[in-house]
Design a protein. Structure first.
Length: 260
């Protein structure tokens, strides 16, 4: 009787071990299928991104950028309509109206510059303005990295220190950014001719004249820093929304404090 019970116990144990091995085998096969599927998806995405880059660069090669400085234009309006700065209190650009809103101190000043003006017969004024035209940035000619001024930059303290050393801590944010642009133009010129340096989606983009300059940049600066600030999320090309999301996921933006 005892031997019979022992035999049943061993048989039950063996069956349990067999089921466990079969389960582990199925799990391993499932993990392998999942890995293969993930790798296939990643390969498909990489291929799609490469194709999109080619298409994107083809579009970019047909584009140019003409700079228009709204602030400079408003200064020209001030100079033309109120050279002594005694009549106009403020000039602002209204995108909905596609023009400037000019605020005068008194109604008589408005009458002076718009007397008898109608849509059919408006008062016209000529301005002398110049602009610069640049080719659009090409994927193979650009590098980008998280702007040192970005709030979610992990080394923002080092960026702030550099600005402090330049005596620029109290400057407006756009003026601070311009200092970084100017520094990039001089620093990275060792890699070749630079067409433009600008910010987009929170990244600083350096647009070189050709892809050879990009190769030189990557070899020279990949593991280095810019004015004491390590490069973060350094990539070749121009940033997309996906790049922005990936960067924010890796380096979350500070949460805005709610009103109490």
């Amino acid at each position: 009787m005892h031997e019979e019970l022992e035999a049943k116990r061993k048989a039950k144990k063996a069956e349990k071990a067999k089921r466990k091995l079969e389960h582990e085998k199925r799990m391993a096969e499932a993990r392998e299928r999942k890995r293969q599927k993930r790798e296939a998806t990643e390969a498909k995405r990489a291929k799609m991104e490469d194709e999109q880059k080619v298409q994107k660069e083809a579009r970019q090669s047909c584009e140019a950028f003409a700079h228009f400085d709204i602030k400079l234009f408003s200064q020209q309006i001030q100079k033309k309509l109120d050279p002594k700065k005694q009549k106009i209190t403020n000039i602002s650009y209204d995108f909905s109206k596609k023009g400037f809103v000019i605020k005068f101190k008194e109604p008589k000043h408005v009458e002076m510059v718009t007397k008898g003006a109608t849509m059919k017969k408006p008062t016209t004024t000529k301005f002398s303005l110049s602009t610069y035209v640049l080719p659009a940035p090409l994927e193979s000619h650009c590098v980008f990295f998280l702007a040192p001024t970005a709030l979610n930059h992990p080394n923002k303290a080092a960026a702030d220190k550099w600005l402090s050393d330049q005596g620029a801590s109290a400057l407006p944010e756009l003026d601070k950014l311009q200092l970084w642009f100017d520094s990039a133009l001089s620093t990275f010129a060792t890699c070749g001719k630079i067409i433009n340096v600008f910010r987009e989606r929170g990244f600083m983009i350096v647009h070189f004249s050709d892809s050879a300059c990009v190769d030189k940049f990557n070899k020279k600066y990949a593991d280095k820093s810019f004015n004491g600030v390590p490069f973060v999320f350094l990539r070749t090309g121009t940033p997309t929304k996906r790049h922005r999301n990936l960067c924010d996921k890796e380096f979350p933006r500070p949460q805005k404090k709610g009103k109490k």
